[in-house]
Ligand binder design. Structure first.
Ligand SMILES: Cc1cc2nc3c(=O)[nH]c(=O)nc-3n(C[C@H](O)[C@H](O)[C@H](O)COP(=O)(O)OP(=O)(O)OC[C@H]3O[C@@H](n4cnc5c(N)ncnc54)[C@H](O)[C@@H]3O)c2cc1C
Length: 432
């Protein structure tokens, strides 16, 4: 029943394959440079302090036929973790079992490589791998996850300036007295945890334009009024939500408002006309992202402890002017000079197509185009790639982080399965 190529074998690629196999499509090629399918950047970590940012039950919605949910798997394998914040590596172990199940149901060919090019051919879409191998299929799904951040020191290549926060080398950090981490979000917190372990005496400085760390995740009763948020212009929606936030004092109150609003965000995004979406992306998105993220409660407690003991601080301003002098990194934060032993970039993923060769090749051939809001790639509601003229590209689909401009909320595991389901519906309709 046709062949499907999935580029990227993180959680999104694996769940997509599981859904395809469930619909009888069993010829599936997954291109993924890592030996381990299903883990990607988030679940490859073995650090027991790198935690899931939600409790296990929140990862279960939109299950796939025949696959155990995470909560049920956890109850059998690690019952002591059922009600807390699991190490992400434990979710990775669960994904290993999902992959085993998948392999028992479908002929998965894992090409341990990187896709570098894609082009439309008379016989379908051709994907070229790093070693020159060419694969052709009727349908190709790009499930490549997030890119590393945009470089903060583009001209510099030095082991003490770490541009990809997911490739931390503990040896570089060991013995450091001062480490600057650009960013103050969840990734920066993860990095701070790793730095704290590798260099327990180091001073850690986070830097951000708005020096604010995500609050601790909490089990709250969601605000029931979110269903009544009007699908009005972004400024009115914002006022409506802020008014509700101000109506209560407790931290739980604003978290419950944001949590409830989060589940309605895709509805509001879909209702907005492109101009409103663009306005929100320009002016409101940064505020929204500040408030919608939650830190696993134990990680939050550790951050607070590091702050209270003077080990960690947050400096206001962007990192710039990075230079190496001997064994030191000289930089500025908000224009003020700072000297550190190591600088780590945790400023959030790049969404610039030119930073990823495959995307650049696809864009050069008119197969994909950036969305109108600077959030990722243009895609239809079902995830089909749109070219620069707005037309659907036959056989090419996008899943995950790059579809933020279409679905708005995109990276949580349940949403990956939901959006993968939309793609699978469309692919099976085409192949039948
Ligand atoms: C640190 C971290 C913590 C998170 N915690 C949670 C959480 O607690 N709960 C939650 O729901 N979500 C969490 N997320 C969100 C997370 O993004 C998703 O849950 C999920 O891991 C995304 O999977 P993905 O497959 O889309 O992307 P990724 O996991 O990034 O996988 C994409 C894969 O594509 C491969 N790839 C990229 N380019 C190419 C190419 N050109 N050719 C071939 N392969 C390529 C990469 O090697 C990678 O393995 C977290 C994310 C991060 C980064």
């Amino acid at each position: 029943m046709g062949r499907v190529i999935i580029v990227g074998g993180g959680a999104a690629g694996v769940w997509l394959a599981a859904l395809l196999a469930d619909r009888g499509i069993s010829e599936i090629d997954i291109i993924e440079p890592s030996m381990l399918l299903g883990r990607g950047a988030a679940y490859a970590t073995n650090n027991p302090d790198h935690l899931l940012n939600v409790t296990p039950d929140k990862l279960d919605p939109h299950p796939v036929n025949g696959y155990e949910t995470f909560s049920s798997w956890l109850a059998r394998h690690r019952p002591e973790l059922v009600s807390g914040y699991c190490p992400r590596g434990v979710f990775g172990a669960y994904m290993d079992d999902v992959v085993r199940e998948l392999r028992s149901r479908a002929a998965i060919r894992h090409h341990c490589s990187t896709a570098t090019e894609i082009s439309a051919q008379p016989s379908g879409l051709a994907v070229i791998l790093e070693d020159g191998t060419s694969l052709v299929a009727d349908h190709v799904v790009l499930a490549i996850g997030n890119l590393p951040p945009r470089r903060i020191a583009p001209q510099l290549k030095h082991r003490r300036v770490i541009e990809d926060p997911w490739r931390l080398d503990a040896e570089t950090i060991k013995g450091a007295h001062k480490v600057v981490i650009a960013g103050s979000g969840l990734t920066a917190a993860d990095v701070a945890i790793s730095v704290n372990e590798a260099a327990p005496d180091a001073e850690i400085v986070l830097s951000a334009n708005r020096p604010f760390m995500p609050p601790a995740d909490a089990t709250v009763v969601n605000w029931t009024g979110a269903g009544d948020i009007p699908a009005a212009r972004p400024s009115r929606v914002w006022q409506y939500v802020v008014r509700e936030i101000r109506s209560g004092d407790a931290t739980d109150h604003w978290i419950s408002v944001i949590e409830a609003t989060k589940s309605h965000a895709p509805r509001l995004w879909e209702a907005w006309i492109p101009r409103d979406r663009a306005t929100f992306a320009r002016h409101g998105l940064r505020h929204w992202l500040h408030h919608r993220h939650r830190m696993p409660a134990p990680s939050f407690a550790l951050m607070q402890k590091l702050i209270a003991t003077g080990r960690l601080s947050i400096a206001r301003g962007r990192v710039g002017d990075v230079e190496i002098a001997g064994d030191e990194v000289h930089l500025t934060i908000g224009g003020r000079p700072v000297t550190a032993d190591v600088l780590i970039n945790a400023t959030g993923p790049s969404v610039d197509i030119i930073d990823e060769p495959l995307l650049k090749a696809a864009a050069d051939r008119g197969l994909i185009s950036p969305d109108a809001y600077g959030l990722g790639l243009a895609a239809s509601q079902s995830g089909q790639a749109l070219g620069p003229d707005g037309r659907r590209t036959r056989g090419l689909w996008i899943l995950g982080a790059w579809t933020r401009g279409t679905h708005f909320e995109v990276v949580a595991v349940p949403l990956l399965r939901k959006h993968a389901g939309l793609i699978v519906d469309a692919i099976t309709a085409d192949l039948n």
